[in-house]
Every structure is written in structure tokens, then in C-alpha cells.
Design a protein around this ligand. Structure first.
Ligand SMILES: N[C@@H](CCC(=O)N[C@@H](CS)C(=O)NCC(=O)O)C(=O)O
Length: 214
């Protein structure tokens, strides 16, 4: 049975779980990381020397890095659906995946999210949050243009490109940060929120994760 190791509140675990959910794969998930700990044991370090979640175990084949996990799952179990069959389309989906890491992740997750959830209001670096939200909004303008003529990032159906970028969007749209008008991104996000697998694995309220005074 396919296993995902990692707490369901981790955005990177959510990416893997959303993929598993879209593919309808039988699976188990084990709570590790965060308040559950378990990342510093020799057994876990042997699977994931980064001591981070998620880790995938597919019948003894183990893998770390969430984008790599969703690439593997989609190519193995979702060829022609989550993984575009055309090599050019697949490469372009990968570009959006890498773009999500290089252009959005640091600003949306490491700054906007962490500053609102892990830092008290008193200690929050408001200027850093504002700058990060501004950069993220500008970058999302690129996605807004891509989505002007498409239902999903690559076209008419959901792919790993939507999963890599879309997982970050629940936090982006639910944090109290300034956002520019992004009509196509907003419509796409609204479509994602209608998907049962997105609801189950990504739309997880993060208020319980907030430190006292956040
Ligand atoms: N690049 C890695 C990042 C993984 C990562 O930063 N995971 C965080 C949770 S989102 C983590 O394991 N934090 C420690 C913890 O949860 O205890 C990936 O995409 O898988």
C-alpha cells in the first residue's frame, strides 16, 4: 500500500495528498513532523536525510521532495491525466512547478504564512510581509495571463502544474495580506475549491496552528 509520511497540516504533504486523492490511489498517511515529531530517528533519516515531510513509500520505493513525489505519482499512475502525455506539455507543466518553488514559495509560505502563523503579532515583520505579498501578487499576474484562456494551468484539465501552484493558493487567499485583482487566478482558485480532493487535503484550517498571540 502506498504511504505518505507527514502531518496533514504541512503544505508540502498536502501537495502529495491532493495528488493521491485526484488519482484515487489506495493509501495510508502517517502523522510525522510538527507536534508529532519522529523526523530525527535513524529510521526516518534513512528515508529522508532532510528530516522533513513528506516522504513517499510506494511498496518499498521511497522518495522525498514534494514536487518530485507528485511528478513520480503522476507519471506512474496518471499518465495522460495529471501528467500530460505530450512531452512538450509535460515540460511546460514542470516549468510551472519549478516556478511555484522559485517565484512563490518563499514569499507566500516562508514569509506571509510563517509570519502570520508562527510569529506573534507583536513580533511580526509587517514590512517583510507587505514586500512578500507585493512580490507574490506581481508573480501571480503571470499566472493570471496564462489562465485568461484556460480553465486550468495547462488547458482544459487539471495537471501537476495546478497541484504544485494551487496548493499554495489556499494559504495565499486565506491570509490577511494585500492582494491585487487577479480575476483569472481567482476564478481558477474557485474551481479548485470545488474539487473534493482539494477540499479534503488542502483546505485545512490553519488557525489551530497559530501560536498564541499570532
Ligand atoms: N522542499 C521540501 C520541503 C519540505 C518541508 O519544508 N517540509 C516541512 C513542512 S511543510 C517540514 O517537514 N517541517 C518540519 C516539520 O514539519 O516538523 C519538499 O517540498 O518536500
Amino acid at each position: 500500500m502506498l504511504k505518505i509520511l507527514g502531518r496533514k497540516t504541512s503544505v508540502n504533504v498536502q501537495k502529495a495528498m491532493w495528488t493521491v486523492g485526484e488519482l484515487g490511489l489506495p493509501h495510508e498517511r502517517a502523522d510525522l513532523g510538527g507536534e508529532f515529531g519522529g523526523l530525527d530517528t535513524p529510521e526516518y533519516i534513512a528515508l529522508n536525510p532532510n528530516r522533513l515531510v513528506p516522504t513517499l513509500d510506494d511498496g518499498g520505493f521511497t522518495l522525498w521532495e514534494s514536487n518530485t513525489i507528485i511528478r513520480y505519482l503522476s507519471r506512474t499512475y496518471g499518465h495522460g491525466t495529471l501528467a500530460p502525455a505530450d512531452p512538450h506539455a509535460y515540460a511546460r507543466a514542470e516549468a510551472w512547478m519549478d516556478w511555484s518553488l522559485t517565484s512563490l514559495y518563499a514569499d507566500v509560505i516562508l514569509t506571509c504564512f510563517i509570519q502570520h502563523v508562527r510569529v506573534t503579532a507583536k513580533d511580526r515583520d509587517v514590512a517583510a510581509v507587505a514586500a512578500a505579498a507585493k512580490r507574490a501578487g506581481e508573480k501571480l499576474g503571470i499566472l493570471d495571463a496564462q489562465l485568461a484562456s484556460r480553465q486550468f494551468v495547462m488547458g482544459g484539465q487539471l495537471t501537476i502544474a495546478d497541484i504544485a501552484v494551487g496548493t499554495l493558493m489556499y494559504r495565499y487567499f486565506n491570509l490577511p495580506v494585500a492582494r491585487p485583482s487577479l480575476p483569472n487566478v481567482e476564478a481558477w482558485y474557485a474551481r479548485l475549491t470545488q474539487r473534493p480532493a482539494y477540499q479534503a487535503h488542502v483546505m485545512i484550517d490553519f488557525k489551530p496552528m497559530m501560536v498564541a498571540g499570532a
